[in-house]
Write a protein that binds this ligand. Structure first.
Ligand code: WTA
Length: 635
C-alpha cells in the first residue's frame, strides 16, 4: 500500500488512521518518496500553536521549481505542462511542454536576477491568465524571490495597498487584458497605483492586447526583448524548507488585507499530495481548474500541485459566458478534459442558461468534477452531477482556505461515497474539531459547531507578512491550541463534514472573500456618507450578495439618492474592485448598536434576508427604535 495514492475507501481509512497516529512518520514517508531534496531534513516537525510557530522539514534544502519542472525533463520533457486556452476561441491554444516551460522559466528568472531581484525580495505579479503569469510565479520561485500575485481585477488602490504592505521592489504586469468582449487597461491601473508606492524600482510589461501605453522612463521595460536575450538555463536558488515561497493577500473581517505567508517544503509536499489524491490524476490526463492564479486555488491547483506531479494543467484566459454560455463545455470537448475544477457560483450561473449549451458538447472525457470556494447548494450539485458529469463523475466538494494552502476536507473520488453539499472527510494528516459556544470540543456525531484544526499540516500559512501578532490573534486565540478557520460546520452520523459558511464578518460573494470593514471604509470616503454597515444576503448565482445600510450626513431626495447609490458603488470599485459592489443600498437614519457601540449585524443580516419573523434578543440595543425604521424601508 502506498501512502501517496489512495485507491479505495478501506485504504483511505487505514492511511488516515496511520497519519493521525503518527503524522511525522506519515509526512516523512510522503516527502521522502516523491520529491527531490538537495538536502534531507533534520526534523520533520516542530510546532507550538501558542506562539504560533510551525516548522516542517526543518533543515531540508530544495527548490520547488526543480520538483515542478527539472525532474520531469528526462521522463516527460515533451509532455504538455501548460495548455493555454485563450479568451478568444478563434485564437489557437498553446501547448507548452515541460522542456519549453523549463526554458521559459529560466530565461524569466535570469531577467529578474539581472534586474536586481534576489532571494527574499518581493515581486508583485499583476497579470492576466496568460502563460507569462505562470512563468513569472515559477521564475520568482526559481531564484528565491517571494511572489505576491494580485488578482488582475483589483483596483489601483487595492494594488498599491498590497505593494506597500510587502514592500515590493518590482511589479510584473501586461499592457492590458482580455475579458470576454472587453479589454482592461492593466498598465494604466499599475501606473495609478505606483503614484503612492515608493518601494518599486522596476516594472516589466508583457504584451498581450497591443495597446498604446505609457512607459515610464527608467522604470518600465517591455518583458519580451529582455527574455529574448536572456540565457536559457538558470541555476535554482537552494532554499530552506521554511524559506518563504509566496505571500497571498486575503480579506480579513477587519482592517487591511492579510498577507498570508507560505513557505516552501511543506507547501510543495501537501499541494502535490492532495492534487494527486483529490483529482486521482493519471499520467495521460488533462486537468483543468478554471480559477485565476490570483487566488490560492490557482497557486496550489493550477501551478504547484499539478506541476509537481508532472501533470498537464490548463490555463484559461477567458470567462464562462464568452462567446456564449457553452464556452466551458466547448473547451472540455476540445481538449478532452479529464478533471474539471470550478466554483459553485459558475455552476449556478451556467445552470440558469439553456441546457443546449451543455448538451451540444461531448463531455465523455470527464472523470472527476470538483468545486471550491463556497458551499455548493443541493440544486447546483445535482445540475453539475446530472448534466456535466452525466452521473458518472464523482464530485469532489473541496473545502480549504488561502490560509490552509491546500485542500483539507474532500472526498477521494472512486473511494469516498459523495453526499450532496458535504465536503465529507478530512485528508490524511488533517484533524478537524467542532467547537461549541463554550469553547469545548464537541465529541461524537452528529455535531454542529465552529470548525478548528487540532494539529499542523504541512501547507498551513506560517504567518501574516509583517504582522505575526495578527496571525496569532486571528487564528490561534479563539480556541486554545487550535487553528480556528472562521467557518461553521456540521458533522453527520458517519463523520462527514458539511461547511455551513463563515461565522465572522467575511462574506463570500461569487466565491471571493470580502471583508465588511474595508468596504465600509471605502463607502465612508464618500463625502455624503456619515456611516455604513455591510451584510450579506442570499443570492441565486453569487451565493451571497452585499447589502449596504448607509447613514447620510444630510438626507436628500430620492432622485439624488439614486445617483448616490451609483457613486457609492463607484467609490467601492475604485478602492477595492468591481467584485465588491453592493447589490442593494438602503439609506437609514441610524444603525442598531449595542451599548458598547458595536453594530448588531445579526439584525441587519436578518432584515437583508427578509427573515424578520424572529429578530432575537434586541434588549441590549442602545437604539431599538431604529430597527423598526429600517424594517419599514427595507429593499
Ligand atoms: C469557503 C478558497 C464551503 C469557506 C480555497 C472558507 C467553502 C473560505 C468551500 C476560504 C467548500 C471554500 N464548501 N465553503 N468546499 N471552499 N469555502 O481563502 O468559508 O478564498 O473559509 O480559499 O471559502 O476562501 P479562500
Amino acid at each position: 500500500m502506498s501512502n501517496y495514492h489512495i485507491k479505495h475507501l478501506e485504504e483511505y481509512y487505514q492511511i488516515y488512521r496511520k497519519s493521525v497516529r503518527n503524522p511525522e512518520n506519515f509526512w516523512e514517508e510522503v516527502a521522502e518518496e516523491h520529491f527531490e531534496w538537495r538536502k534531507r531534513w533534520d526534523k520533520v516537525l516542530d510546532w507550538d500553536f501558542t506562539k504560533p510557530e510551525i516548522k516542517w522539514f526543518q533543515g531540508a534544502k530544495l527548490n520547488i521549481t526543480e520538483n515542478c519542472i527539472d525532474r520531469h525533463l528526462h521522463i516527460r520533457g515533451n509532455k504538455t505542462a501548460i495548455l493555454f486556452e485563450p479568451n478568444d476561441p478563434k485564437e489557437e491554444a498553446q501547448h507548452i511542454t515541460y522542456r519549453q516551460l523549463h526554458e521559459k522559466v529560466c530565461r524569466f528568472a535570469n531577467v529578474l536576477r539581472e534586474k536586481g531581484i534576489g532571494k527574499g525580495d518581493r515581486v508583485i505579479i499583476y497579470l492576466p491568465m496568460i502563460p507569462e503569469l505562470a512563468f513569472a510565479v515559477l521564475a520568482c520561485a526559481r531564484i528565491g524571490a517571494i511572489h505576491s500575485v494580485v488578482f488582475a481585477g483589483f483596483s489601483s488602490t487595492a494594488l498599491s495597498t498590497r505593494i506597500n504592505d510587502c514592500g515590493a521592489k518590482m511589479v510584473l504586469t501586461s499592457d492590458g487584458s482580455f475579458r470576454g468582449s472587453k479589454t482592461i487597461d492593466l498598465k494604466g491601473i499599475v501606473d495609478e497605483a505606483l503614484k503612492s508606492c515608493k518601494s518599486v524600482e522596476k516594472v516589466l510589461v508583457a504584451k498581450r492586447i497591443n495597446s498604446d501605453i505609457h512607459m515610464e522612463e527608467g522604470r518600465d521595460e517591455w518583458l519580451q526583448p529582455l527574455l529574448d536575450v536572456a540565457y536559457s538555463d538558470c541555476s535554482a536558488e537552494v532554499m530552506d524548507a521554511e524559506d518563504p515561497l509566496f505571500i497571498l493577500y486575503t480579506s480579513g473581517s477587519t482592517g487591511r488585507p492579510k498577507g498570508m505567508l507560505h513557505t516552501t517544503g511543506g507547501y510543495m509536499v501537501y499541494t502535490a499530495y492532495t492534487f494527486k489524491n483529490v483529482f486521482q490524476y493519471r499520467e495521460e490526463d488533462i486537468y483543468w481548474c478554471t480559477a485565476d492564479i490570483g487566488w490560492i486555488t490557482g497557486h496550489s491547483y493550477i501551478v504547484y500541485g499539478p506541476l509537481a506531479n508532472g501533470a498537464t494543467t490548463v490555463m484559461f484566459e477567458g470567462v464562462p459566458s464568452y462567446p456564449d454560455f457553452g464556452r466551458f463545455w466547448e473547451v472540455v470537448e476540445k481538449h478532452k478534459i479529464n478533471q474539471f475544477y470550478t466554483a459553485p457560483t459558475a455552476i449556478r450561473a451556467l445552470a440558469k442558461e439553456n441546457l443546449g449549451f451543455v448538451n451540444t458538447y461531448d463531455l465523455s472525457s470527464l472523470k472527476v468534477l470538483g468545486t471550491v470556494g463556497e458551499p455548493i447548494n443541493e440544486e447546483a450539485w445535482h445540475w453539475y452531477n446530472d448534466h456535466v458529469g452525466e452521473k458518472k463523475c464523482p464530485i469532489v466538494d473541496t473545502w480549504w482556505q488561502t490560509e490552509t494552502g491546500g485542500i483539507l476536507i474532500s472526498p477521494i473520488p472512486f473511494s469516498t461515497p459523495t453526499k450532496p453539499t458535504y465536503a465529507t472527510l478530512p485528508m490524511p494528516g488533517v484533524q478537524p474539531a467542532l467547537m461549541d459556544e463554550n469553547g469545548e470540543e464537541i465529541k461524537g456525531n452528529p455535531a454542529d459547531g465552529r470548525l478548528c484544526i487540532k494539529f499542523p499540516w504541512p501547507s498551513m500559512a506560517r504567518s501574516i507578512w509583517g504582522d505575526h501578532q495578527r496571525y496569532k490573534d486571528t487564528y490561534f486565540s479563539a480556541y486554545g491550541n487550535k487553528y480556528f478557520t472562521g467557518d461553521g460546520a456540521l458533522r453527520d452520523e458517519v463523520g462527514y463534514y458539511r461547511i455551513t459558511g463563515r461565522v465572522d464578518d467575511v462574506i463570500i460573494v461569487s466565491g471571493h472573500n470580502l471583508g465588511t470593514a474595508p468596504i465600509e471604509d471605502a463607502i465612508n470616503e464618500h463625502p455624503a456618507v456619515a456611516e455604513s454597515a455591510i451584510v450579506g444576503f442570499p443570492h441565486d448565482i453569487k451565493g451571497n450578495a452585499l447589502y449596504g445600510y448607509v447613514i447620510l450626513k444630510e438626507t436628500g431626495e430620492t432622485r439624488v439618492k439614486d445617483n448616490l447609490r451609483k457613486e457609492i458603488n463607484q467609490v467601492i470599485t475604485e478602492h477595492i474592485g468591481p467584485i465588491a459592489k453592493l447589490d442593494k443600498i438602503q439609506f437609514v437614519p441610524g444603525l442598531p448598536k449595542t451599548r458598547s457601540g458595536k453594530i448588531m449585524r445579526r439584525i441587519l443580516r436578518k432584515i437583508a434576508s427578509k427573515d424578520t419573523s424572529n429578530l432575537g434578543d434586541t434588549s441590549t440595543l442602545l437604539n431599538p427604535e431604529v430597527v423598526e425604521d429600517i424594517m419599514q424601508e427595507a429593499l
